[in-house]
Design a protein around this ligand. Structure first.
Ligand SMILES: Nc1ncnc2c1ncn2[C@@H]1O[C@H](COP(=O)(O)OP(=O)(O)O)[C@@H](O)[C@H]1O
Ligand SMILES: [Mg+2]
Length: 365
């Protein structure tokens, strides 16, 4: 018999993990390390394999290939209850016939924790999630947000080394979701030894909560980095468009910059090969309106096709050489009219080149 894993500190490692259902590969050679105590978000669209990755860590899915390590130990063949993991899913999954306290005690009892330990651990977990006053209620007597806090308390009661959260906020309304994001951030601070893997399709949750984000698409890891890295220096077109909003323009790499529909733009080209096609990525808030303020700035000449007032900013939409370009601007002294010619500018250092998406997007098809 193997003892349950000691709680701290336990990182997670996916080592070439492959999961397929029949002929369909839903997780393709996933290599990813989550450091001990780290909050890692798995971000990607629906069907990209996030839940499968999480279930592989939990022991509810067996990889056909590769290994899962927790705290440096190969747990690939270990049953779920021996992995020292707490799990929270979207729909709370509380036992409706059990009171809150019994729900929270469930994992401890399953682990055969000493009887004397159970009540204090349940109390501790309920206090941690702000639910201490609700121990004797049934789940049906609680709001959705409160039920999700109980689910969180149930996961924390076993003092897990690893906490797995699968879209835990997606059933909540916007205000509650924002409150719960604050709570999760606090828990992450208060439990620095607990490694958190957090599945979401919501970029705001990932950007707000995570120390690092692993971006998934089509069964594959596309990118991984801190929120700032992914936002400022996305490595793929997919990351650029999925993490934040991006202007993506098909360009041809030149010796001294790039060409967009015959117009030369100064941008860092890194090791891109002259003559190759690439995608230029620049964020809407880094695009300004009017003449270029700096000598080395880039101008995009276009036609204004839309203005949207968003409170603090205006979002302008322009058509530049057949492509849509967004600019989020704070000050708009003389609002241009739709159909007017418009000059947009951006600084070379604010643009990033990413590989053109194979066979997809823009005029590259
Ligand atoms: N038990 C299963 N049997 C067959 N296909 C599945 C099963 N679970 C998930 N899938 C498929 O695997 C793919 C990835 O699913 P999932 O990991 O749930 O994605 P995500 O959580 O990113 O939405 C989807 O196409 C889904 O339909
Ligand atoms: Mg899912």
């Amino acid at each position: 018999m193997t003892a349950p894993l000691a709680a701290p500190p336990a990182g997670i490692r996916f080592d070439g993990v492959r999961v397929a259902y029949g002929d369909t590969v839903v997780l393709d050679g996933l290599d990813l390390t989550v450091e001990p105590g780290e909050f890692m978000a798995l971000l990607g669209p629906s069907g990209s394999g996030k839940t499968t990755a999480l279930r592989a860590v939990g022991g509810f899915v067996t990889p056909q290939r590769g290994r899962i390590l927790i705290g440096g130990r190969d747990v690939t063949d270990l049953p779920p209850y021996k992995r020292g993991i707490g799990t929270v899913v979207q729909n709370y999954a509380l036992f409706p016939h059990m009171k809150v306290a019994d729900n929270v005690a469930f994992g401890l009892k399953a682990q055969k924790a000493p009887r004397a330990q159970i009540a204090p651990r349940v109390r501790e977990a309920l206090e941690m999630t702000g639910m201490a006053g609700y121990a004797d209620r049934h789940p049906r007597e609680l709001s959705g947000g409160q039920q999700q806090r109980v689910a969180l308390a149930r996961a924390l009661a076993i003092r897990p080394g690893v906490l797995l959260l699968d879209e835990p906020l997606s059933a909540l309304d916007a205000t509650l979701r924002s409150d719960m994001m604050g709570e999760l951030a606090r828990l992450h601070r208060e439990l620095p030894h607990v490694t958190i893997l957090y599945v979401t399709h919501d970029q705001v949750e990932a950007l707000t909560l995570a120390d690092r984000i692993a971006v998934m698409d089509a069964a594959r890891l596309q990118d991984c980095g801190t929120p700032q890295e992914l936002y400022r220096r996305p490595r793929t077109e997919f990351t650029a468009s999925f993490v934040g909003t991006a202007n993506l323009l098909p360009v041809t790499v030149a010796d001294d910059g790039v060409h967009l529909a015959g117009q030369r733009l100064t941008v860092p080209t890194g090791d891109a090969v002259p003559g190759a096609t690439a995608t230029l990525c620049v964020r809407p808030h880094l695009v300004g309106v009017g003449a270029v303020p700096a000598a080395d700035g880039n101008t995009l000449r276009g036609t204004l096709t839309g203005i949207q007032w968003r409170g603090a900013t205006h979002r302008l939409t322009a058509e530049v050489a057949g492509h849509r370009v967004l600019a989020d601007v704070r000050e708009l002294r003389e609002p241009p009219a739709l159909g007017d010619g418009i000059d947009l500018h951006f600084a070379p250092g604010d643009a990033v080149l990413v590989p053109a998406r194979l066979g997809g997007g823009g005029t590259d098809v």
